[in-house]
Design a protein around this ligand. Structure first.
Ligand SMILES: NC(=O)c1ccc[n+]([C@@H]2O[C@H](COP(=O)([O-])OP(=O)(O)OC[C@H]3O[C@@H](n4cnc5c(N)ncnc54)[C@H](O)[C@@H]3O)[C@@H](O)[C@H]2O)c1
Length: 254
């Protein structure tokens, strides 16, 4: 699928991986709309790339439906969704302050799983109404963001890992189901990426995390995620798969 002039929606576009992907795809000529619950952040990135900034909570049916309607009326023909919005709080099941409140677990699943699925289903409905782009019947592509924590979650990551494993799990059935409307579904599982999420850690912690990566021995750049997302859009034969983007890192127990 071509990227130039293609209408792309990126959630979590106000920061980190989502913002880097927005900048990269805009530089390749895509029309980029962003959803984020942080209004200052989303408007600032949208202004920078001459995109469309939409303030919405990905878990809210009405807000996301409204945001997609705005994109369709401004530009029409949504073709690509990249789900980047997510949270990664760490908490032990049995911590120093007692047992993990059930609401903490529910909140992580609500944002990471329900939020991802909510935007996926509404974007799929919009993309399915567009005309096929070629003789294969391609209409568009959906890219989700999991994490290598889906496979090698560490202590304190029970909720986060469960949420990312759910995203891995929904990739194939969603690809199988949406095949009949010409929509591909892929997931990227990043390792340790240099975003505000990790940059908040002290320098020595960042250094030690980088040392745990096999090669190259550094944190991943958000732009490396962006370039993989661009390749997935471009390469029509990628479908129903999860790609690790992690410098061969296999996370240890803690
Ligand atoms: N940074 C990493 O090392 C890393 C590794 C693996 C996976 N990931 C995943 O990549 C994605 C992006 O992470 P990041 O590091 O760029 O984080 P980030 O915190 O820099 O960006 C996340 C963005 O999502 C937005 N967001 C959060 N909850 C939202 C909601 N309910 N509705 C709308 N927007 C919401 C935030 O406002 C923020 O702008 C997440 O899904 C994260 O789990 C990150």
């Amino acid at each position: 699928m071509h990227i130039k002039q293609t209408v792309v929606l990126i959630t979590g576009g106000g920061s980190g991986i989502g913002a880097a992907t927005a900048r990269h795809l805009a530089s390749l000529g895509a029309l980029v709309a962003l959803i984020d619950c942080n209004s200052d952040a989303v408007n600032s990135v949208a202004n920078e790339i001459h995109g469309l900034g939409l303030v919405a909570d990905v878990t809210d049916e009405e807000q996301v439906a409204q945001a997609i309607e705005t994109i369709q009326s401004e530009w029409g023909g949504l073709r690509v969704l990249i789900n980047c919005a997510g949270i990664a709080p760490a908490k032990r099941i049995l911590g120093k302050a007692g047992v993990m409140p059930l609401s903490d677990f529910q909140h992580v699943l609500q944002v990471n799983v329900i939020g991802t699925f909510n935007v996926l289903r509404l974007a799929a409905m919009a993309i399915a109404t567009a005309e096929p782009l070629d003789s294969d019947g391609n209409r568009g592509v959906i890219i989700n963001t999991a994490s290598i924590a889906a496979y090698e979650g560490q202590i304190g990551q029970a909720a986060y890992s469960a949420s990312k494993a759910a995203i891995v799990g929904l990739t194939l059935p969603a690809a199988r189901e949406l095949a009949n409307v010409g929509i591909r579904v892929m997931t990227i599982a990043p390792g340790l990426m240099k975003t505000p999420l990790l940059q908040a850690f002290p320098a020595e912690v960042q250094f030690s995390l980088a040392q745990s990566v096999n090669f190259p021995k550094r944190l991943g750049e958000p732009n490396e995620f962006a370039r993989l997302a661009a390749h997935i859009i471009d390469n029509d034969y990628l479908n129903g798969e999860v790609i690790r983007l992690d410098g061969a890192l296999r996370m240890r127990e803690k």
